[in-house]
Ligand binder design. Structure first.
Ligand SMILES: [Fe+2]
Ligand SMILES: [Fe+2]
Length: 138
């Protein structure tokens, strides 16, 4: 893989983080009711971390000479808490496999700084997947 392809993939990751931000804002409003109190709180805790992920990705893309995208991956609006949580789990799981790939690609390209910068994304996304699995009783 060359650096240009790697930057393109980072931009796809960034679009996906924009989707997370939009989705968690919408879901934070939809996931309500006594049975979802702790889940709603978790969603609100994820949101600022997603902002951080988007910022890190945009900085790494610029550092590698690319232009950070402003394209947001398509978000499906949700009106039901279970649906919303399932969409969140699906998206976080996709992102987890993307970041696992990106982390090893960065190392293969000899971009140790970029790999280091991506590590918190990988770790926090892993936590988000676990949080959502617990919320859904899996
Ligand atoms: Fe994220
Ligand atoms: Fe996340």
């Amino acid at each position: 893989m060359d650096q240009e392809t790697f930057v393109k993939l980072l931009n796809d990751d960034l679009s996906s983080e924009y989707q997370s931000i939009v989705q968690y804002i919408q879901h934070g409003a939809v996931v309500t009711g006594a049975e979802y109190l702790s889940v709603a709180e978790e969603i609100r805790r994820h949101l600022p971390q997603e902002l951080g992920h988007a910022q890190i990705l945009a900085e790494q893309i610029a550092f590698l000479g690319g232009t950070p995208t402003v394209d947001v991956s398509q978000v499906r609006p949700s009106s039901d808490a279970q649906d919303a949580l399932q969409d969140d789990l699906r998206l976080e799981s996709e992102q987890l496999s993307r970041y696992r790939e990106r982390f090893s690609q960065a190392n293969e390209l000899g971009l140790a700084d970029v790999a280091e910068a991506l590590r918190p994304l990988l770790e926090q996304t892993q936590e988000h997947v676990r949080d959502l699995q617990t919320a859904l009783g899996r």
